[in-house]
Design a protein around this ligand. Structure first.
Ligand code: GDP
Ligand code: MN
Length: 347
């Protein structure tokens, strides 16, 4: 371009966006957010668009317990290549169910604050975890979709994704895809496993014959080993969450009250459900996706993958093979070949 003349941008810019002309899946991004999350969220959206979605133009559903502001709606819509949809969460999905003793819930928050448990004193965080466990997939805006990809504020996508991941899920019969795994803080889920065991004794029909119990328990179900898929990133099937098994499980947990009397997270809930109710072959690790959600990174340590996907991250920051991650266990119990050099990334 001539540099000494004013540039006619219209002449050099592709005005019409590239339109993907393959067959798209019934899939959408989904983000739960407050209006105040907007400026952290746009970094996430831009990264997802640049690395993936501008090539495929999937829709994006936003959910909030308050009305989204016009500023929020116009800003995210300008960044997204697919359609944007904005949903208000009904009050019944973001409030105390009738059977919850609010005094007991308040006492828990006080004790957890004294013990310095992360988000231990937060009421809204508990509504958020309960919502992400039991309700987002029931929002009517999600009815038309079969798969979702959850995106949170302030994440990074480090690598190009040049294939349609939703089509990948469908073609390979995958129901739950993850990037990072980690151990849960025991103090937040003291009775989650015994509640799960009660549930399983009442509903044994929901346990899949080829389940992945060994991902969440090291003693054949006696205790929970705290392993879970980090649910701030999820690419998963809505059919899984809509299943009778998952509905019955959520209902049972919800009545037990641990979302309020403890601080059960949606990550262990989704993960235990996926590990028990799905065929273990329906669970997938997206090893080629570079991902960051504070404070952990997934940066593919395999040079071929990292360079091919143009990943902008340092493999020495990768969390995948570290002790505190559960991904090594996932590879071992499923006899999946680990990338060369994984042992150099454990420390
Ligand atoms: P963390 O990742 O566990 O530290 O939790 P976040 O603060 O990232 O919250 C998880 C997700 O829920 C994010 O997408 C937030 O934007 C969203 N979120 C958290 N609290 C609220 C809330 O009170 N209202 C709404 N609408 N969204 C929330
Ligand atoms: Mn987050």
């Amino acid at each position: 371009l001539p540099t000494d003349l004013p540039v006619d941008h219209n002449k050099y810019t592709r005005l019409l966006p590239f339109k993907y002309n393959g067959k798209k899946e019934k899939a959408t991004f989904v983000t739960l957010a407050r209006n105040s999350d907007l400026y952290g969220l746009i970094n996430s959206i831009k990264a997802v668009e640049d690395r993936f979605n501008s090539k495929f133009q999937y829709d994006w559903v936003f959910l909030n317990d308050e009305e989204f502001s016009d500023e929020f709606k116009k800003t995210v819509t300008a960044l997204i290549s697919g359609e944007t949809k904005f949903g208000l969460i009904p009050n019944e999905h973001w409030s105390y169910p009738s059977w919850i003793d609010k005094k007991r819930a308040a006492d828990t928050r006080k004790t957890m604050k004294e013990k310095n448990i992360i988000y231990g004193d937060s009421e809204s965080y508990r509504h958020m975890c309960r919502y992400e466990s039991g309700f987002f997939w029931r929002h009517p805006l999600l009815d038309e979709y079969e798969y979702y990809w959850r995106v949170e504020p302030d994440i990074k996508m480090y690598c190009d994704i040049d294939y349609d991941v939703f089509k990948f899920m469908k073609d390979n019969k995958k129901k739950y895809g993850f990037t990072i795994t980690i151990h849960e803080f025991r103090d937040t889920i003291e009775t989650l496993w015994e509640t799960t065991r009660e549930f399983l004794s009442l509903y044994p029909q929901h346990i899949h014959k080829n389940n992945m119990l060994d991902f969440v328990s090291d003693d054949n179900g006696k205790t929970y080993n705290l392993c879970h898929f980090w649910s701030n990133f999820e690419i998963a099937s809505l059919k899984f969450l809509r299943s009778q098994a998952y509905r019955d499980y959520f209902d049972y947990l919800d009545h037990a009250g641990g979302f309020f009397y403890e601080r059960w997270g949606d990550a262990p809930v989704h993960s235990i459900a996926a590990s028990l109710f799905l065929d273990r072959d329906e669970i997938h690790h997206f090893e080629g996706m570079g991902y960051y959600h504070g404070p952990y990174h997934q940066c593919p340590i395999n040079d071929q993958i990292r360079l091919h996907n143009k990943c902008a991250c340092n493999p020495n920051d990768d969390f995948t093979w570290k002790d505190y991650s559960c991904t090594l266990k996932y590879y071992d119990i499923n006899n999946i070949t680990k990338p060369d050099g994984w042992k150099d990334h454990t420390g």
